[in-house]
Design a binder for this molecule. Structure first.
Ligand code: NAG
Ligand code: NAG
Ligand code: NAG
Ligand code: NAG
Ligand code: NAG
Ligand code: NAG
Ligand code: NAG
Ligand code: NAG
Length: 656
């Protein structure tokens, strides 16, 4: 027997449902949301983010940047998608009923950013798609929309507005907008050049784009205007559209479709970023008809069972969805802690007192470093401003960011964040209250000399950092510009290696990096072979480390090669300890000083292959019982190409 209360309850639910049904009818419902301002990790719950797309740096990044995705170093030939997770029912009823097609208005702020003045590629699109999946091999000309086997096929059920920065043979130019139906070949297009707009200019530019679709008039219209800055104000919508196309969505998209963005890079790369997104959709609510028919036909007991079943099913669906969302959650969390963040230019400007000269901490070939103070966070910072004149400024900036962002070591200066605004590039670091090592080594007369234990501590810190860069970090890195002025001292006088402006990640098989511009480092610290090869290597870093070692112990500038030659001369004469900084008097540990000087000489061996490796160096510095390399009495002559030398054996002990 059926429980009578269940029947009463079912009748109540049934009448409620029919009331809702009558009320809702086929009237359109409105979905209206503003996303961004700015985008953050919490959007991973709302959007489906198809890798390598990410939500980072306040934006939906449809294709990766070198920072956000450590696992992707090759930024070419990438495609990605970010979609709102829920589909909308966009049409209804029979084909003749003209009012049975939904409408939408969408507007979004984009920033397509090319690398330096390199050619940008390829573009991005606002998309209505039947599913959330990114097609395989949809990079390059396919903009994450289709691929070579599916392009042009009506079964794609895709309608998109492309913002294209790369000219294919079928494109009008490398700066156009088009409306696409099932294909990357637009049905209608327009160049932006006559409107004095460049989507991917040199430097940052922001564009606001409106895509409106009127389901009654069956017309899609696209508007665009330049937005001066990232944070607004939003420019007014232009009076007339840049593109207008008659299109019945019912003929081209699936009844339930998703809204979002896709983008791609090809042989050339760019960042495809969406910074804000407004979406308003007039869609059809789900139809209850089918359910009512089943319920009325099968009778109330079945309906009761259905209701009970639905609760159970709902419970399981809920759990299933929660499980599904977990990987996303993990992804969101991964990007959270400690990663460098973007700073506002205005904040940095304020923090440094408009980059006041009196806040200048130092200056190098790549720009000027200022001291700053973020009042709200009560935080002291060092801001490195890349000089605009530096032709390769943006490349250097990205190189530095890519590398430092992923390095974690207590003897490296920590990167707090970055700022890229109006072509100005800034990096924000932890402030090092004790400045650079050279300031202490070459303190003005009268000032206390840097005590021996601090010198020793600084050297072990630098050795540890160098070992990390060369071996422990997942990708081998050469610093390329190791010198006393690049070694900072924190509040406890621990050494922190800084200035990775010249650092480059070494690819696995390669052991050196050739710099086309021929920038090798700083005179006095450059290994002799570099003048021939033009390449920085781990061995040339060790050479520079050797020079730093001698500099720290002797308290003397390296000169061109003078310091190394002089210390070697003292070694031959058996007067090695006379090379120790005279300002220390007797306030140093003779045995330690001797070991460091010999190690310094071994590191500055003219033959790269004879120099010790960082692992051995670190052991010799940390444990004072590990023997230091044997150093011959005469400095070997540099031979090119380097020939094996008969007199050295890095495993034997020193015998002075
Ligand atoms: C992310 O943005 C949303 C919407 O603007 C906001 O409510 C939320 O607090 C933000 N979350 C974080 C972690 O910043
Ligand atoms: C990046 O990938 C493309 C093909 O996918 C390849 O042609 C190119 O050499 C790669 N570049 C690097 C730097 O690995
Ligand atoms: C057309 O469709 C709309 C919405 O689905 C509905 O409200 C209307 O009654 C339909 N008109 C005709 C003539 O079928
Ligand atoms: C889109 O904007 C137009 C013009 O402002 C408005 O008439 C229309 O109702 C809007 N449609 C939606 C779906 O918001
Ligand atoms: C989104 O809508 C809000 C409110 O109308 C507006 O202030 C903002 O500028 C819009 N954003 C974009 C990207 O169109
Ligand atoms: C195109 O994408 C579809 C769906 O992802 C896939 O099945 C097909 O193999 C892809 N074609 C090519 C050439 O990659
Ligand atoms: C682009 O538009 C021009 C004229 O507006 C037209 O001749 C051309 O066929 C279009 N190309 C594509 C790929 O849509
Ligand atoms: C584009 O700029 C040129 C030169 O500055 C000007 O003559 C022209 O009127 C501008 N065109 C538009 C559409 O603004």
């Amino acid at each position: 027997m059926v429980n009578p209360t269940a029947i009463i309850a079912a009748i109540a639910i049934l009448s409620l449902l029919s009331a809702v049904h009558v009320e809702a009818g086929k009237k359109l419902e409105t979905f209206s949301k503003q996303y961004g301002n700015p985008f953050n990790e919490s959007y991973y719950h709302i959007f489906e983010v198809e890798k390598p797309a990410t939500i980072s740096h306040d934006a939906l990044q449809l294709t990766p940047d070198s920072v956000a995705s450590a696992e992707i170093l090759n930024l070419t030939h990438q495609s990605g998608r970010v979609f709102y997770k829920e589909p909308f029912k966009l049409w209804d009823g029979d084909a003749e009923n003209v009012t049975a097609v939904g409408s939408f208005n969408s507007s979004f702020l984009i920033n397509i950013f090319r690398l330096g003045n390199e050619t940008p590629g390829e573009g991005m699109a606002f998309v209505i798609a039947p599913d959330l999946d990114l097609p395989e091999h949809s990079s390059g000309e396919f903009l994450g929309l289709t691929n070579s086997s599916t392009d042009g096929n009506p079964s794609n059920k895709i309608v998109a507005v492309e913002i294209d920065t790369f000219k294919q043979e079928f494109d009008i130019d490398d700066n156009h907008i088009g409306i696409n139906v099932h294909s990357v070949r637009s049905v209608v297009n327009t160049s932006l050049t006559p409107y004095n707009m460049t989507i991917a200019p040199i430097g940052a530019r922001f564009h606001n784009i409106w895509v409106d679709y009127d389901g009654v008039g069956k017309v899609m219209q696209v508007y665009i205007s330049v937005q001066e800055t990232e944070t607004g104000p939003t420019p007014p919508k232009p009076g007339s559209p840049i593109l207008s196309y008659n299109l019945n969505l019912r003929d081209h998209v699936r009844q339930h479709s998703y809204f979002g963005f896709s983008g791609s890079t090809g042989e050339d790369i760019q960042l495809n970023r969406v910074l804000r997104w407004n979406l308003t959709v007039h869609y059809f609510p789900e139809n209850d008809d089918q359910w009512l028919k089943i319920v009325l036909g099968a009778g109330i007991p079945v309906f009761v069972l259905l209701v009970i079943g639905a609760f159970g099913l709902g419970y399981y669906l809920c759990r299933w969805r929660m499980q599904l969302s977990n990987p996303k959650l993990a992804g969101a969390l991964k990007t959270l802690p400690g990663s460098p963040r973007e700073f506002g230019f205005r904040d940095l400007n304020k923090a440094t007192g408009n980059f006041d000269a009196k806040n200048k901490l130092g200056e190098g070939g790549y720009g000027v470093v200022y001291r700053g103070f973020l009042v709200e966070e009560n935080l002291q910072i060092a801001v490195k401003r890349f000089s605009r004149e530096s032709i390769k400024g943006q490349g250097d900036f990205l190189a530095e960011l890519t590398i430092i962002n992923r390095l974690r070591h207590k003897n490296l200066v920590k990167l707090l964040g970055w700022c890229h605004k109006n072509g100005k590039l800034l990096l924000v670091y932890e402030y090092m209250p004790n400045g650079s090592l050279d300031k202490h080594l070459f303190a003005p007369p009268g000032a206390d000399p840097l005590p021996w234990n601090l010198r020793y501590n600084a050297i072990s810190g630098v050795a540890s950092a160098l070992h990390y860069l060369h071996n422990e970090f997942e990708q081998r890195v050469v610093h390329r510009d190791l010198k006393a002025s690049n070694i900072m001292l924190d509040s406890s006088f621990n050494a922190r290696l800084g200035d990775f402006g010249l650092a480059r990640a070494l690819e696995n098989e390669k052991t050196s990096y050739a710099e086309a511009g021929g920038v090798l480092g700083t005179m006095g610290y450059i290994a002799p072979e570099c003048f021939h090869t033009g390449k920085a290597t781990q061995q040339s870093d060790v050479y520079a480390f050797g020079v730093v070692l001698l500099e720290v112990v002797c308290g003397q500038h390296p000169g061109f090669n003078d310091l190394v030659d002089w210390v070697w001369f003292m070694h031959r004469d058996g007067r090695l300890l006379e090379a120790v900084d005279p300002r220390l008097g007797h306030q140093y540990v003779a045995e330690e000083a001797k070991r460091l000087l010999l190690l310094g000489l071994a590191c500055s061996h003219p033959a790269a292959a004879k120099r010790p490796k960082t692992e051995a160096i670190l052991k010799m510095i940390m444990s004072k019982t590990v023997p230091v390399p044997f150093v011959p009495a005469f400095r070997p002559v540099f031979v090119w190409p380097s020939a094996p030398l008969p007199d050295s054996d890095s495993s034997s002990t020193s015998t002075t």
